[in-house]
Design a protein around this ligand. Structure first.
Ligand code: HPA
Length: 280
């Protein structure tokens, strides 16, 4: 049997995602529980989706959850693909590329990140204002896919209007949020203290190992992005304890409700912003 093609994946997704999605959600480490709030959920394990990255190493990679949340048709990726697992940049971004073909105008990404800026504390939420692609990898390298440009503009990667909306929701709901620059590194080892000092000098406020490949593809396809980092730990050398994945997951679970409230409150307003723009 021939390997599944882009169009096979898209036809399959059209069947498994019953309502044309207005927004894609990508949910990061320890934050997976927020998809429990999605109503009328249709769940599809990634392993069942033709063309999605498939691994014997990673094991259970996650599932797609399609349904309604806060009156919005959403499709959520509970679990994402990371470069440090050995996937290529194109493989990491493949789910976003194929889901984009279903026509959503918005992408909301969440991730876990280490706090680099002085004063950041575990449990803080940071709206990503910009990023540093220190992965030095790009899923747009290679053939130009239909609907994408060769040289996409990246001057507003994390939509300014989306951030304004999320700030407004956060204020109304009394959820403290910061804004800052997310530096993406390959991982999987955490950074050294010297690397964190370097990142601080380069203008990073938080550091993580995901998100950037997905954002590059979304922007190339004209999808507007809201990125939210959950600061799960002080970056290496800034705290008194060694970094651990257990801490990342534990803090993620602690802020999950606040994050869910922020996403839920923002979703309908982001979608309204996109359709208003389409009418103009
Ligand atoms: N560094 C990189 N990735 C991370 C961290 C960190 O400190 N915390 C959560 N993800």
């Amino acid at each position: 049997m021939a390997a599944p093609e882009f169009s096979d994946t898209v036809s399959f997704l059209r069947e498994r995602v019953p309502h044309a999605p207005q927004a894609i959600l990508v949910v990061g480490s320890g934050l997976g529980g927020i998809v429990e709030e999605i109503g009328d959920a249709v769940r599809t394990p990634y392993a069942d989706i033709p063309g999605f990255p498939r691994s014997t190493v990673v094991g259970h990679a996650g599932e797609l959850v399609a349904g309604r949340w806060a009156g919005v048709n959403v499709v959520a990726m509970a679990g994402r693909f990371h470069l440090y697992e050995g996937w290529t940049p194109r493989e990491v971004a493949y789910p976003i590329r194929t889901l984009a073909a279903l026509g959503p105008g918005s992408l909301i990404l969440t991730n876990a990140a280490g706090g680099v800026r002085p004063g950041m504390q575990p449990g803080d939420l940071m709206l990503i204002a910009d990023h540093l692609n220190l992965m030095w990898k790009n899923p747009l390298i290679g053939a130009v896919e239909e609907g994408e440009e060769r040289f996409p503009d990246m001057s507003d990667p994390y939509d300014a209007e989306f951030r304004r909306v999320a700030e407004e929701v956060a204020l109304e709901q009394r959820i403290p949020v910061e804004q800052g620059v997310y530096a993406a590194l390959l991982g999987p080892s955490y950074e050294t203290p010297a690397e964190i000092r370097m990142l601080a000098r380069l203008g990073a406020d938080a550091v993580g190992m995901s998100t950037v490949p997905e954002v590059l593809v979304a922007r190339a396809r004209g999808i507007r992005v809201l990125g939210i980092s959950c600061i799960t730990n002080l970056a290496a050398g800034l705290g008194s304890t060694p970094l651990s994945h257990a801490e990342v997951v534990e803090v993620g679970a602690r802020v999950r409700d606040r994050l869910a409230a922020l996403v839920k409150g923002s979703l309908p307003r982001l979608v309204a912003t996109v359709s208003e723009e389409a009418r103009r």
